[in-house]
Design a protein around this ligand. Structure first.
Ligand SMILES: C[S@@+](CC[C@H](N)C(=O)[O-])C[C@H]1O[C@@H](n2cnc3c(N)ncnc32)[C@H](O)[C@@H]1O
Length: 199
């Protein structure tokens, strides 16, 4: 199910954005993979958090690969256009809303181009076990793995390992634990937040 909302699990995304912004200067391209991105609420939230933390020129280095199996075939259009009804953005703090969304009709709001241009949607099935690319500084995969069997979860996490740069970061939902088989591949870097680093 493609349930999501803007700034879901903000404490995790905020911490990841802090880490990436600290490393941003040394990276040529800031490549992030949001796997299981639903209708784009998560990759756009993360892009906004990053834009708030890094400067204008550094933000231009950001590329977020937003992927989902998208059984409806509709996600690409929503994410590419970045248009959402008021109900979807009503809980976003007003100062963020005013800064990053523009009203295009009575009930519809569009993410500003500066943010929209950094997020690229691609249909992708994680269970294909083929990464969309490699060299990512971060993979965000929240509220997706819980739908998979334990053995598929291990295989998908191994794929993320291969897709990440050495020292890159993996983010899952708080209730997700890295399986024992992979403890040599990922280390948890905070005791209170589910962010792991590729060994
Ligand atoms: C509950 S939503 C989570 C959305 C977002 N990551 C969040 O945390 O709010 C789960 C998403 O995973 C996607 N998904 C499920 N199975 C998938 C698969 N095999 N490959 C890619 N995406 C998948 C669903 O289509 C859905 O959009």
């Amino acid at each position: 199910m493609a349930f999501s909302f803007f700034f879901r699990d903000i404490f995790i995304l905020e911490r990841l954005a802090d880490i990436i912004s600290e490393k941003a200067k040394e990276l040529k391209v800031i490549k992030i993979w949001d796997a299981g991105c639903a209708l784009g609420q998560e990759p756009y939230s993360f892009a906004i958090l990053l834009a708030e933390k890094v400067g204008y020129f550094t933000f231009k280095k950001v590329v977020i690969y937003a992927t989902d199996v998208d059984e409806t075939g509709e996600f690409g259009k929503t994410i590419t256009n970045g248009i959402y009804p008021f109900q979807d953005i009503s809980r976003i703090p007003i100062e963020i809303r005013d800064k990053f969304f523009r009203q295009i009709s009575e009930d519809r709001f569009q993410i500003i181009d500066e943010i929209r241009s950094r997020v690229k949607f691609q249909r992708h099935d994680l269970l294909s076990l083929l990464p969309v690319d490699t060299g990512f500084i971060a993979v965000i995969c929240k509220n997706v793995l819980l739908h998979f069997s334990q053995s598929d979860r291990v295989k998908v996490l191994e794929m993320f390992y291969d897709a990440l740069k050495i020292g890159g970061f993996l983010t899952v939902e708080q209730t997700q634990k890295i399986p024992d088989e992979l403890v040599n591949k990922f280390i948890q870097i905070f005791s209170d937040v589910s962010i792991y680093q590729k060994v």
